[in-house]
Design a protein around this ligand. Structure first.
Ligand code: ADE
Length: 418
């Protein structure tokens, strides 16, 4: 079996971690057991470019149980858990190509390894696999059944491809499912981003001014949790509705240029480029901490920061680089990459349970089509969302009310009024 990982000797620890995560992934376990009986992917090659974590390992196990010839590569050069990658290879027989800290060249070499296996199904977190297939291996698209996309940034990229008429395969936008973004983006990002910041810096959040750039579901979760830790939270936005929501949720809202002068800690979650740049670095206070929890490392303009700096940045702690601008210190975490996955472990398993069950069932839905779906971006079928949320509630021991026939009739009728 071909693979590229850091050290196969880490497999035992990785397996322990995968099994620990599995305890909090009851829905995915149910899906895996069902896949083992129904074999929806039998004989199909599936390539997954995802963060190589203990939670992803449990997704890969479910896909393999369903008959997929599955292989994994990292969706971010800094997010791989090397022990998990080792266990995937040694304990679960899943070809894995991922090394924490790999260069961009190796990152794409790993994606090429997956492509050489001629997948008919893809899973992406950021759309690097699908875009590489379109750009460099278009012949694969002739036999492609479809792909799923896990994250906001990836869905935006794929919708842009569809708009341009460039998308030549069907994609399910898993990110847009309610069972994904209401929970993973909000509670997952909210918690894991703070976890990353705290592990990297050991900073006390109480009493600090914390600037959240972007008030999508990730920004909402981060602002909510940071407020809970006692920070004064400022939100920056470009969208009027989201800015209003933030204001009415009780946060200060202002342009980044103004926030830069007062913030102690900055975190970008916008999905856009250069949200923090020259003007902001110049305005920041001494000791400001700057990080990103959006998918790509483009939200903080690090090139400009380097050009403003007195010299090369100093590594002052693992995952913390200190730049100085005429003596003023600015601390950048995890090279501006996803701080929650680079400096911590990503979202907790309990929330990835829902995202990855949705992901697995959406992929099985694509694989089961009698005639492959036409190219385009598809929503997760309502049936899958219902199933995942119902199973999760059951696992949490929560029961809810059922509509009576009188209530059903009332809701279905236009005749009841004043
Ligand atoms: N994205 C965010 N957190 C994650 C995790 N724990 N595993 C895989 N992908 C993630």
């Amino acid at each position: 079996m071909k693979y590229d990982i850091k050290d196969i000797r880490l497999a035992k620890e990785g397996k322990r971690r995968i099994e620990w995560a599995e305890r909090d992934m009851p829905v995915l376990r149910t899906v895996r057991e069902r896949f083992a009986k129904e074999r929806p992917f039998k004989g199909k090659s599936l390539a997954a470019v995802l963060h190589v974590t203990a939670e992803t390992a449990n997704l890969a196990r479910a896909l393999k149980a369903g008959g997929a010839d599955v292989a994994l590569a990292a969706s971010n050069p800094l997010s791989t858990q090397d022990d998990v990658a080792a266990a995937l290879v040694k304990e679960y027989g899943i070809p894995t190509f991922a090394v924490k800290g790999e260069t961009t060249k190796t990152f794409f070499k790993h994606i090429d390894e997956l492509i050489s296996r001629k997948p008919v199904l893809t899973m992406d977190d950021g759309a690097d696999l699908v875009s590489t297939i379109h750009e460099s291996h278009p012949r694969l698209l002739e036999t492609m059944l479809g792909g799923t996309e896990e994250t906001t940034t990836g869905v935006i990229r794929l919708r842009a491809m569809a708009q341009d008429g460039a998308l030549k395969m069907p994609i399910v936008a898993v990110n847009d499912a309610k069972t994904k973004n209401l929970f993973d983006n909000r509670y997952g990002t909210g918690q894991s981003t703070l976890d990353g910041i705290i592990r990297a810096t050991d900073v006390l959040l109480a009493g600090k001014t914390f600037v959240v750039a972007g008030y999508g579901w990730c920004g909402k979760g981060l602002a909510m949790r940071t407020k809970g830790m006692g920070s004064n939270v400022i939100v920056t936005e470009v969208d009027a509705i989201k800015a209003l929501e933030a204001a009415m949720d009780g946060f200060a809202v202002m342009p980044m240029r103004d926030a830069a002068r007062v913030g102690d800690i900055f975190c970008t979650v916008t999905g856009d480029i250069h949200v923090i740049g020259k003007q902001e670095f110049m305005a920041m206070k001494d000791g400001a901490i700057v990080c990103n929890s959006g998918h790509f490392d483009v939200e903080i303009d690090l090139k400009t920061l380097a050009s403003l700096s007195d010299g090369a940045p100093r590594v002052v702690r693992e995952y913390v680089e200190e730049y100085t601008i005429r003596g003023k210190r600015i601390r950048v975490l995890a090279e501006g990459r996803l701080v929650n996955l680079a400096a911590a472990e990503g979202h907790p398993a309990s929330v990835m349970d829902m995202s990855f069950s949705t992901q697995a069932l959406a992929s099985a839905w694509m694989a089961s089509q009698k005639k492959p779906l036409s190219p385009g971006v598809y929503d997760v079928p309502e049936r899958i969302e219902h199933e995942v949320s119902t199973l999760k509630l059951k696992a949490m021991g929560i029961t809810i009310d059922k509509l009576t026939s009188e209530q059903k009739e009332y809701l279905a009728s236009w005749k009841h009024g004043t």
